[in-house]
Design a protein around this ligand. Structure first.
Ligand code: CS2
Ligand code: MG
Length: 410
C-alpha cells in the first residue's frame, strides 16, 4: 500500500492575519494540510519548505510518516530551531491528514483513540483596567468557558503584554499579537509596577469570580529569576491553574530558583521546539505543563514524544493555541489533546471569522470544551478562492523597552 506524493504547495494567505499552509497531494488526488505559520517570520518557513523540502517530498510514500520526519530532521544536518521545526511540523501534519483521509479515520483515532470526551480549553480576557477586564471575563463566562487567562494594563505603565489597544468591551477578537502597521511597534515595560499590581489583580478576580473558575496568567518571559520567584510566591493565595513563561525559557536554572520559593504551577515552552529543549525541564520536574504547539515543535509525531516524556513525570500538556496557530494547527492540537493520557488544557484564542472563510474546520465548542470532530484526517479544508482575496501582508510582533529605553523581552 503506497500513496505517492505528487505535489507540495506552499500557500500563504492573510484572512485577518498571515497563515502559511503546506498542501501535499498524492497521485490519487488525496490532499493533506499542514500549518507552517511562524508569526512575523512567515516567509522564512515558506522558503524553507518551497526551496528545500518540497523537492525531497515528490515521489515519496505519504504513509511513511516517521521515516519522513527522520529524513527531514537528520538529512538537513542543521538541526532544530523554529524555522526548521515548523517546516517539519507542516509536513508531518499533512501526512497524518493524508493517512486519515485514506483510512477514513479522524487523526485522533490513528493516535490510539479518544482518552476523553473533549478537551478543556482556556480563553483570553484582557482589559485596560479592572472594570474593563471584568467585562471581558464576564463575556467569556457567558460563553461557557471554565478556564480564563487574565491580562490587564498595569496602572502607570499604560500597557502590558496581551492587552488590546483601547477598551475591550468584552470583545471576542480584541487582542492580536502581530501588528500590520509598519515594523515592530514598541511598548513600554516596568517590572516593578507589574510585580506590585499582579497580586492585586488576582485578589480582585478571586473576590469577583469566586474559587471555581480556573485562572491563568502569562508573564511573557519578562522577569528575572528572583522576580519570577516573587511573583509565583505572591500569587499562591489565588490558586492559579498556571503561571506561564515567568522567565525566558532558555534558562532552566531560573526555574530551579522559582521552584525553591513557590508551588504555583508553571507552564513553559511556546518558544521552544524540540524534545531536547524540554528534556531537562521535564526530567528535573521544573515545569508542570508542556506549553508547546504542534506547529512549532515538529508536528504531531514529535510533540507526542514530548508529551510522552512529560507523562513519566506527571507533567501535563498545555498546547499553545493563539491566533498565530492556523486552524490547521489548532485542529492538529485538538486531535492530540483527545488522544494522549496526560492532557492538561488547550489554549483557544479563537480566530477572526475571516480566517474561517479560508479554513473550513470540523471542530466543535461546547461549555468550555472542544472536540476535533470525526471527519477523516484533521478535518480542515482550504478554500483557494477565499484565500485569493487575502494576500500576504507584512506584520511584526511588538518589541518592549524599559523606561530608560533599554530593549527588553517582549
Ligand atoms: C502568547 C502568544 O498565547 C500565548 O500564550 O504568548 O499569543 C504569543 O505572544 C504569540 O504566539 C506570539 O506569536
Ligand atoms: Mg504565552
Amino acid at each position: 500500500m503506497t500513496a505517492t506524493i505528487r505535489s507540495a504547495e506552499v500557500l500563504i494567505s492573510s484572512p485577518s492575519r498571515n497563515f502559511v499552509t503546506l498542501r501535499l497531494t498524492t497521485e490519487d488526488g488525496v490532499v493533506g494540510l499542514g500549518d507552517a505559520t511562524l508569526n512575523g517570520r512567515e516567509l522564512a518557513v515558506a522558503s524553507y519548505l518551497r526551496d528545500h523540502v518540497a523537492p525531497l517530498l515528490i515521489g515519496r510514500d505519504a504513509h511513511r510518516i516517521e521515516d519522513t520526519w527522520q529524513l527531514l530532521y537528520r538529512s538537513a544536518y542543521w538541526r532544530r530551531g523554529p524555522v526548521t521545526m515548523t517546516a517539519i511540523a507542516a509536513v508531518d501534519m499533512a501526512l497524518w491528514d493524508i493517512k486519515g483521509r485514506l483510512t477514513g479515520l479522524p487523526v485522533y483515532q490513528l493516535l490510539g483513540g479518544a482518552s476523553r470526551t473533549g478537551a478543556l480549553v482556556y480563553a483570553h480576557a484582557s482589559g485596560a483596567d479592572l472594570e474593563d477586564l471584568g467585562d471581558s471575563v464576564r463575556a467569556r463566562l457567558a460563553e461557557g468557558y471554565r478556564a480564563i487567562r487574565l491580562q490587564v494594563a498595569v496602572p502607570g505603565m499604560g500597557s502590558g503584554y496581551g492587552i488590546s489597544s483601547g477598551r475591550s468591551t468584552g470583545g471576542r477578537y480584541a487582542y492580536e499579537p502581530a501588528k500590520r502597521a509598519g515594523l515592530a511597534v514598541e511598548e513600554g515595560w516596568d517590572s516593578a509596577r507589574y510585580l506590585r499590581y499582579m497580586p492585586r489583580m488576582f485578589e480582585w478576580a478571586r473576590a469577583e469570580f469566586g474559587p471555581d473558575v480556573a485562572l491563568l496568567h502569562d508573564a511573557h518571559h519578562r522577569l528575572t529569576p528572583m522576580q519570577a520567584a516573587r511573583l509565583a510566591r505572591d500569587l499562591e493565595p489565588f490558586d492559579l491553574f498556571w503561571l506561564e513563561d515567568c522567565t525566558p525559557a532558555e534558562n532552566p536554572e531560573a526555574l530551579r530558583l522559582v521552584r525553591q520559593h513557590s508551588v504555583t504551577p508553571l507552564a513553559i515552552g511556546e518558544v521552544m521546539n524540540s524534545i531536547w529543549d524540554f528534556a531537562p525541564l521535564i526530567q528535573e520536574q521544573l515545569i508542570d505543563f508542556v506549553r508547546a504547539s504542534v506547529t512549532h515543535t515538529g508536528g504531531i509525531t514529535h510533540l507526542r514524544r514530548v508529551f510522552d516524556l512529560a507523562a513519566l513525570h506527571q507533567i501535563r500538556s498545555g498546547s499553545h493555541g493563539p491566533t498565530d496557530i492556523s486552524p490547521v494547527g489548532m485542529s492538529a492540537a485538538l486531535h492530540l489533546d483527545l488522544a494522549i493520557h496526560n492532557f492538561g488544557i488547550q489554549e483557544y484564542m479563537a480566530h477572526q471569522p475571516l480566517a474561517h472563510e479560508v479554513f473550513r474546520t470540523s471542530w466543535t465548542y461546547q461549555d468550555g470544551m472542544m472536540h476535533p470532530g470525526d471527519e477523516p484526517g484533521l478535518g480542515v479544508d482550504y478554500d483557494d478562492d477565499a484565500a485569493a482575496r487575502f494576500p500576504y501582508e507584512p506584520a511584526y510582533l511588538p518589541a518592549a523597552r524599559l523606561i530608560d529605553g533599554t530593549v527588553h523581552d517582549w
